[in-house]
Write a protein that binds this ligand. Structure first.
Ligand code: CA
Length: 227
C-alpha cells in the first residue's frame, strides 16, 4: 500500500511519514501544491493524505485535479481548521474522509485502514482463488494454511490480489512496492528475484492463483478455473 502525504509543515509530514512506514506502508511526500500535482499526475497511490492550506495552492484544488484525471486514490483531508465549510467542500469534491488537526496518529491509521477497507468492498480480507489475504496482519493463507512470505513478496502478492486479471507493468509494480523513486532504476532485477521466490512459494503451497509474465510488458495474476 502506497500513501502520499501532502503537507507543508515539515515536522508533521515527517512524523506522519515515519509512523506510516512503521505500519508498513510505502510512503511518499510532497510539501507543496506544485510537487503534489506532479506526483499525482505521474504516479498512483492507494491513499492520499491531503492538507488544505498549502503555500502555493489549496488541497481542495488538488482534489479537483485528481478527480478530473479520473484517478481512484482514496483521499483523506487533513485540515488545520475544523471548518464545516472545508469539510463539506472536500466531501463534495469526492474526498473519502476528513480529519481535523491536531489528531492522534492512531486515529489517522484507523481512518486509512477504513478507507482502504471500504475500497475493498468493506471486507477485512482479500480473497482470490484459494488465497486469503489479511491486510491488517500482513498474513496470507492458502486453503486455510499459512503461507510464509518475505515482506516484499507479501507486498507484491497483495498488490496483484487487488487486481486479478489486470496487466501490470514492471514499472508500475516496482513503484507500488518499492516507491516512486524506482522509476529511475537501471533495471528491474530486484523485481525478478522477488517474483521468482513468490511464484515458487505459491506453487509449492498449491495456490490456485499464479502470477504470469506477459512478455515485454509485465505481469498478470491469473486465477485457475475450478475443475
Ligand atoms: Ca498547511
Amino acid at each position: 500500500m502506497k500513501i502520499l502525504i501532502v503537507e507543508d509543515e515539515d515536522s508533521l509530514r515527517e512524523v506522519i511519514g515515519r509512523s506510516l512506514e512503521q505500519e508498513r506502508y510505502v510512503v511518499e511526500t510532497a510539501a507543496d501544491y506544485t510537487s503534489a500535482l506532479e506526483k499525482i499526475s505521474t504516479y498512483d497511490y492507494d491513499c492520499i493524505l491531503l492538507d488544505i492550506m498549502l503555500p502555493d495552492g489549496s488541497g481542495l484544488q488538488l482534489l479537483e485535479r485528481l478527480k478530473a484525471m479520473h484517478k481512484s486514490e482514496s483521499v483523506i483531508i487533513l485540515s488545520a481548521r475544523d471548518s464545516l465549510e472545508d469539510k463539506v467542500a472536500g466531501l463534495e469534491l469526492g474526498a473519502d474522509d476528513y480529519l481535523p488537526k491536531p489528531f492522534h496518529l492512531a486515529e489517522l491509521h484507523a481512518r486509512i485502514r477504513s478507507v482502504i477497507r471500504r475500497k475493498n468492498g468493506g471486507k477485512n480480507t482479500l480473497d482470490v482463488g484459494n488465497l486469503t489475504i489479511y491486510p491488517d496482519q500482513f498474513r496470507v493463507s492458502v486453503a486455510g494454511k499459512e503461507l510464509e512470505l518475505s515482506r516484499k513478496e507479501y507486498d507484491i502478492l497483495s498488490y496483484f490480489a487487488g487486481r486479478p486479471g489486470h496487466l501490470v507493468s514492471k514499472t508500475t509494480l516496482a513503484e507500488a512496492v518499492w516507491g516512486d523513486h524506482i522509476d529511475q532504476a537501471d533495471n528491474f532485477d530486484f523485481v525478478y528475484a522477488q517474483m521468482k521466490n513468490l511464484r515458487r512459494k505459491l506453487k509449492e503451497a498449491d495456490a490456485s492463483v499464479e502470477i504470469r509474465s506477459v512478455y515485454g510488458f509485465g505481469y498478470k495474476l491469473i486465477v485457475a478455473e475450478e475443475e
